[in-house]
Design a protein around this ligand. Structure first.
Ligand code: SAH
Ligand code: DHB
Ligand code: MG
Length: 230
């Protein structure tokens, strides 16, 4: 798989952003953070999905993988008054950088940061927030851990909530459609993402698809008891 003409078009037409968002990743890279945020068109998709997931509710979104706060700010802009993004980050330097960005973007009151590994933070968060407490889960940290993040977060998902995962189709180093190559340094990531996609595609508790934007965005809706899927 390669970047497509349609992908370029979507980036040009739907990848616009304001000065606050434009400034974040250049500043992050200058501070030594890796340039691996979602693309602007994916950021807008996250904002859109957060608005759809919350409906008329204020909205509670949990993100795993804060980096410089870029995606969390898009998510925060999809919330209503009183809503919040809880964003989990293992690297304290990334979290500290993001904290300043949340202040600069004017969303610090709507963002709660948890500085811990996703697999440690999620069970505690599930206890604290309680069952059926969140509208959307966004996964963007360690690829081989996505399935475990989802398992730990599952009690927090209400019927109708969304599970969204970045890198469903790849990263800057691999595509999920690449031939399996055990010598590739990210072979385990590619295989894990393929397995995660296929499991979500057929899990009767979700209606799932993949949007081929950026590096691919898996979108799954937790199916309610009154709904059915084909
Ligand atoms: N969502 C961000 C990009 C995240 S990049 C954006 O689009 O702006 C992935 C991030 O996950 C990095 O900051 C990395 O430090 C963090 N990370 C790595 N291992 C982690 C773990 N076990 N738990 C939580 N975050 C982790
Ligand atoms: C890369 C991209 C990502 O979106 C991510 O979450 C991690 C790594 C990359 O291009 O290497
Ligand atoms: Mg990503």
């Amino acid at each position: 798989m390669a970047a497509t003409e349609h992908g370029t078009y979507i980036h040009q037409v739907f990848g616009h952003q304001d000065a606050v968002l434009t400034a974040i990743m250049p500043r992050a890279v200058a501070a030594g953070l890796p340039a691996i945020s979602v693309a602007p068109e994916v950021g807008r998709l996250l904002q859109l999905l957060a608005t759809l997931a919350r409906g008329e509710r204020p909205g509670v979104v949990v993100e795993v993988g804060t980096l410089g706060g870029y995606s969390a700010i898009w998510l925060a802009r999809g919330l209503g008054g009183g809503g919040k993004v809880v964003t989990i980050e293992a690297d304290p330097r990334h979290a500290a950088f993001a904290a300043a960005e949340f202040k600069a973007a004017g969303v610090a009151d709507r963002v709660e940061q948890v500085v811990a590994k996703g697999l440690e933070a999620l069970p505690a968060l599930a206890k604290r927030l309680g069952p059926a407490s969140i509208d959307m889960l966004f996964l963007d940290a360690i690829k081989v851990e996505y399935a475990a993040y989802l398992a730990a977060a599952e009690p927090m998902l209400r019927d109708g909530s969304l599970v969204v995962a970045d890198n469903a189709l790849g990263t800057g180093s691999w595509w999920v459609t690449d031939a399996a190559d055990p010598a590739h340094p990210q072979a385990a990531d590619r295989a894990a993402m393929d397995t995660f996609n296929r499991k979500m595609a057929t899990d009767p508790r979700y209606i799932t698809t993949c949007i081929p934007m950026g590096h691919g965005v898996l979108v799954a809706r937790r199916v309610g008891i009154k709904e059915t899927r084909a």
